[in-house]
Design a protein around this ligand. Sequence first.
Ligand code: HMH
Length: 221
Amino acid sequence: KSKVSVIETWLRKHRLLYVGATRHPFIHSIRDGSVDISSFKRWLEQDYIFVRAFVPFVATVLLKAWKESFDATDMDVILSGMASLNDEFAWFNKEASKWGVSLTNVAPQKANLDYCRFLESLMSSEVEYTVAITAFWAIETVYQDSFAHCLEDGSNTPEELRDTCQRWGNDGFGQYCRALQSIAEHHLEKASDDVRKRTEAAVLDVLEYEVAFWNMSQGDT
Ligand code: HMH
């Protein structure tokens, strides 16, 4: 008898919120070609700030993997994620110059500050590895699922936005998210009820912050 995984159970239970985070009107507007370019530029500027805070978060996940996990593949997968974040900065700079956007001196908006503050709370050494790695999986997966949707057959994504969608929507990134999911699931299976509950709450927080982040990009903060 095949057992439904912890993560699969949560995704079913919180389906509406997950769909809200991965099929947001902003994503629909990219997919159907009606996207407002000033919204896209705002998203680009704000996401650069987010990713600057995301790197130290991932560094703490790596540190926790080293201390708390006995499986060496955890560190390999997290390190590959850090390496792609390094490419991401080069990509942000290239993309910003393509759109005539400056990434220096951008003021973070409230939804972004709130999300970055949440990331910072997860960086604490008090936060268990299981909580942190699962939140990490959720953060990456929302972008993977959202942008992959913009590349599916039948999508009408403007040519000049395909590069952005490819960045997170490509198959390699999809495999990486599945690798993170299996690591998170492995730790969740062994976790106490208490840790599991706190992990579920962190995943819900991520989904809510992601919705607010898309809202901010569209200017409805
Ligand atoms: C807001 N969530 C946000 N930005 C990102 N770049 C990702 C997730 C994925 O790395």
